[in-house]
Write a protein that binds this ligand. Structure first.
Ligand code: FPP
Length: 256
């Protein structure tokens, strides 16, 4: 079922829950465990991804209800090309379906959608759909939903280095103009604040090339739950862990 075009509301009970928590401005989520979820049920891995889309729809609703400003989800990494062709094709189909069939509801809910990643390697039809979805939602001012697709952190940094080196070579900038702000502004996440919290489901405790530059000071929360089973209690649990952490950004005082 695609998201309906109705407006997502915030029940009073949820407003109270939000008031007790520190809400990160930007949450990144690695939606891991779809394959294991399917295999445990004797189903093909693709069924796990199909269920994964449903969990993603719920996540977007929680993010809106809990007043998160930026949500970035890792949905296909540059390394995922190594998977069997049918699985890769299935994930591509899901992306297309997600951005097409859910667009109206996301737009109604004032969600701005961006796709982060190397889109030149995607087929022309998909590139066109991505451009349309981004431009249709560009002036929305609610949740910023970033879908990392054909995304890899190292590839992103490498691309930025090439662009900056090109600008130096052309004489547009000098070596002295290269600083952290320029690098940050040359990444796919230009204009997007760094993530405060990274959540990874599926029990693995690594970041796997997700937001490598941007997550330098992010709090990391690893959950055992497999992505298709991710629900509101897991989301709240991650926020509770985040709320209990002291963020110092290299200093000694807690920063909230
Ligand atoms: C990781 O689980 C998940 C992925 C590589 C794909 C994530 C995709 C979705 C949640 C649905 C598609 C969403 C969009 C927007 C395209 P895994 O397959 O690595 O699971 P495993 O670790 O159990 O094998």
């Amino acid at each position: 079922m695609p998201l309906e075009s109705a407006k997502i509301t915030i029940p009073d009970a949820k407003k109270e829950a939000v008031a007790k928590l520190q809400i990160p401005v930007h949450i990144g989520v690695t939606m891991d465990g779809n394959g294991r979820w399917a295999q445990a049920r004797g189903k093909p891995r693709t069924e796990g991804h199909r269920e994964g889309i449903k969990a993603l729809r719920k996540l977007v609703e929680y993010a809106i209800q809990f007043d998160v400003s930026y949500l970035t989800v890792f949905s296909f990494s540059s390394e995922n090309w190594r998977r069997p062709k049918n699985e890769v094709e299935f994930i591509f189909k899901l992306l297309r379906r997600f951005v097409e069939s859910d667009l109206q509801k996301l737009h109604t809910n004032n969600v701005r959608i961006r796709i982060l990643g190397d889109r030149e390697k995607l087929e022309a039809g998909l590139q066109k759909i991505i451009a349309q979805v981004e431009s249709k939602t560009a002036s929305n001012t609610g949740l910023n939903l970033n879908v990392a697709f054909n995304y890899g952190g190292r590839a992103e940094i490498t691309l930025a280095v090439r662009k900056i080196a090109g600008s130096v070579k052309n004489g547009d900038i000098s070596l002295d103009d290269i600083n952290e702000n320029l690098v940050a502004e040359t990444l796919f996440t230009s204009q997007i604040p760094d993530p405060d919290l990274l959540i990874r489901t599926g029990g693995e405790q690594r970041t796997s090339n997700f937001l490598v530059w941007q997550s330098a000071y992010a709090e990391l929360v690893f959950l055992e739950v497999l992505w298709p089973d991710f629900g509101e209690s897991n989301f709240v649990h991650a926020l509770e862990i985040y709320s209990s952490r002291q963020r110092r950004f290299g200093g000694i005082e807690a920063v909230s």
